[in-house]
Design a protein around this ligand. Sequence first.
Ligand SMILES: Cc1cc2nc3c(=O)[nH]c(=O)nc-3n(C[C@H](O)[C@H](O)[C@H](O)COP(=O)(O)OP(=O)(O)OC[C@H]3O[C@@H](n4cnc5c(N)ncnc54)[C@H](O)[C@@H]3O)c2cc1C
Ligand code: FES
Length: 265
Amino acid sequence: MEQVFAPVVFNRHLTGDYWLVEVEAPIVAGSLLPGQFVNIRIEGSVAPYLRRPFSVYRVSRDRRRLQLAYKIMGEGTRLMTTTLRENGRCDLLGPLGHGFSLPADAKRIAVVGRGIGIAALPTLVDAAAIRGIEVHGFLSARTKPNLVALDIFAEHGFPVVTHTDEAGMNRLVTDGLADLAGKLEFDAFYVCGSNRLARALHALAQKRGVPAEIAMEQHMACGFGDCHGCVIPVNLRSPKGEKAFREVCHYGPVFQTWEVVDASA
Ligand SMILES: Cc1cc2nc3c(=O)[nH]c(=O)nc-3n(C[C@H](O)[C@H](O)[C@H](O)COP(=O)(O)OP(=O)(O)OC[C@H]3O[C@@H](n4cnc5c(N)ncnc54)[C@H](O)[C@@H]3O)c2cc1C
Ligand code: FES
């Protein structure tokens, strides 16, 4: 983990409620693994006092720059739109946490994301594409403009099923995956951004005997396991066995779904 003052390449509106900031941070981007995150401090402002965590959305081909896709939620993200100016700098810590794992012999995976959670997926999609793994995307958001990353799936020629709340569908986006998993074999499932989708994906993974991972979101402070401010209950060795509390920033943010779905210590 490094603290860097990364030059801002650009910071602009992306789509819907999202902004996209790109910074030059070769030390962080160079070693970043899919699903890891960075912790941002707003310089020149006492509020918010704590850093704010963000998944890395994309890493440039030369692994010198990284992008964050962020949704305006409160004061910190609002200030990011105004303080992270082109030719300015961004105070960030990273890479942080444990990311996604791709099975050694994987040929086909499915990724499921909702809302902000979608922003954690592109580094995984890019890593899978490099290894020749076929990716099927199942993305859901409140409104169509908030479906980020569609261009990244398109760039790799990967199919995506989308759902929006405004379309008023009764089905979950994972129902489309359940249908497809009856016809095609998948080697791993991944989910972020919704507990409801996580439960549905976990049930499907168990039914199909497929490993499934989830990127958890939790309010954070330090981002590297020191303050114990981001603990969640987890299953330690099996869903029915011993429980414990674990720091999401240090043990996660990516967990096996059986570790966290229905875990209570
Ligand atoms: C590992 C990790 C990766 C993340 N990746 C991204 C990302 O790629 N893009 C992105 O837009 N956001 C991401 N988030 C969420 C992001 O950190 C928060 O939206 C941000 O901290 C909000 O800061 P704020 O000061 O604008 O809002 P605040 O004023 O702190 O909060 C505004 C509202 O958002 C809620 N909120 C704030 N943080 C979280 C959180 N972590 N989980 C759930 N609700 C929260 C608060 O309860 C409050 O209702 C991630 C969070 C984690 C833990
Ligand atoms: S944020 Fe400090 S321990 Fe996780």
